[in-house]
Design a protein around this ligand. Structure first.
Ligand code: SF4
Length: 422
């Protein structure tokens, strides 16, 4: 009976489409709220939402004047929504062990790199270093390895940091909903999970081993994180793996979906570009897939116009001159003084370096002084946090170290009202 009415409804809409140009499939996609993003992704790419169609226009080749006008609009929207501020954060790599083989990453299972997993005490040492520098927003990053980054490890790290680091986020292997709930319970308030590439075939080619092979499992990760209570969720694609326009449209589709279905969370988006990495320090961007500087600026400004309140992240993968130039145009979050290896800030864990072969630890035959764990990729902007903060101030942008405190959730409503009025 339900099916009968559904069909009648669709038939009626079809008639309406013929009369008015109304898109039935688009409506069906967007009213199936109970479906996960992986279920509707392909249809959304075939039948773009109004916002995706607008993105297409904003990414068209633009004259210099149009380009400048788009940048000006993005800058204005950013100021209106975020003021002249920039949230600074630092990644803290806790482990470079991984069971996955991702063909663009130095931590891949089959890479013969120097590996280590920091002890909880060493994680605290690294975090203290960052805290002394001024950071109050730390992103804990780990490869995916159930043996080394084992059950309970991340929870212990969070427990050791949460009383003095107000903003803790995770960039780790995707988890099930109950595990995410546990992370939130232990003090993680943000989760970053980039799809790497939204192009399904390319994804299959690049992920040859490990749980990361499962495209849909990763695609639905932000929804699982939202359901588990994460307050901030970061999505993105690694640009350079597939056609950048396709990735941009897919990201827009993903955000469109998340805005409608996970509307209580704050979202951030990032457009990281491939960098040389362990095992491929000679990496040269594929001209067919590369995201040129001008297109990246267009992307940043387009997403700012389409999603006025979204956080846009720009990391130290980008060269300093580029970061300085785009800082006022839509960016709200920047990493600074970043290292991409465990122990990168203090040298912690360098006494435990080893190789990992087929999941087993293999001791080094020789150890040399000053040896460090291998980095995930080469950063481009090598400036210190102080230099980045000074650059922002020169541009009239206030560096923000802390924009959240868990106590806010516990505060009575009247006192928040009082704060807002003062
Ligand atoms: S991208 Fe992540 S999952 Fe893939 S090899 Fe690197 S650390 Fe592991």
């Amino acid at each position: 009976m339900i099916l009968f009415f559904e069909n009648r409804y669709v038939a009626a809409l079809r008639v309406r489409k013929q009369e008015s140009g109304f898109d039935v499939r688009w409506m069906l996609v967007h009213f199936r709220r109970e479906m996960a993003f992986a279920d509707v992704f392909a249809e959304m790419m075939e039948n773009p939402t109004p916002r995706m169609r607008r993105l297409e226009q904003l990414l068209e080749n633009r004259s210099a004047a149009e380009f400048e006008q788009q940048a000006g609009q993005a800058q204005l929207i950013t100021r209106r929504n975020f003021g002249k501020t920039m949230r600074l954060f630092a990644p803290l790599y806790v482990s470079n062990e991984c069971v996955n083989n991702c063909q663009y990453c130095g931590f891949s299972r089959d890479s013969g790199i120097l590996r280590t997993t920091l002890t909880v005490e060493q994680v605290v040492t690294e975090a203290k270093f960052l805290h002394d520098q001024g950071f109050r927003n730390i992103l804990l990053v780990a490869g995916e390895h159930p043996k080394f980054v084992s059950e309970g490890y991340l929870q212990k790290c969070l427990d050791a940091l949460k009383s003095w680091v107000p903003t803790l986020a995770l960039e780790v292997g995707p988890m099930e909903h109950p595990q995410y709930q546990e992370m939130v319970h232990h003090g993680a308030e943000g989760l970053v999970v980039y799809q790497e590439t939204y192009h399904r075939e390319t994804y299959q080619t690049l992920h040859t081993a490990g749980p990361k092979k499962h495209f849909d499992w990763r695609l639905n990760c932000p929804e699982r994180a939202y359901a588990a209570g994460f307050r901030r969720i970061g999505v993105g694609a690694l640009f350079g793996l597939a056609n950048w326009r396709f990735e941009a449209m897919a990201l827009c589709a993903h955000l469109d979906y998340l805005y409608k279905n996970c509307w209580k969370a704050q979202f951030t988006v990032a457009f990281p570009r491939m960098r040389p990495y362990a095992g491929n320090y000679q990496y040269q961007p594929d001209p067919e897939r590369t995201l040129p500087d001008r297109a990246l600026v267009q992307l940043i400004t387009a997403f700012r116009i389409l999603f006025p309140q979204i956080g846009i992240v720009l990391s130290t993968r980008e060269p300093s001159a580029f970061r300085d130039a785009v800082a006022p145009l839509g960016i709200t979050h920047m990493s600074a003084g970043a290292r991409t290896e465990p122990g990168g800030y203090t040298g912690a864990g360098s006494d435990d370096l080893h190789l990992t072969v087929r999941g087993r630890r293999v001791e080094l035959e020789t150890k040399t002084a000053g040896q460090k764990a291998t980095e995930q990729f080469q950063i481009h902007d090598q400036r210190s946090m102080q230099e980045i903060a000074a650059m922002l101030r020169r541009q009239g942008i206030d560096p923000i170290w802390k924009d959240w405190d868990p106590a806010l959730l516990a505060a009575p409503e009247e006192s928040l009202f009082f704060v807002n009025q003062s």
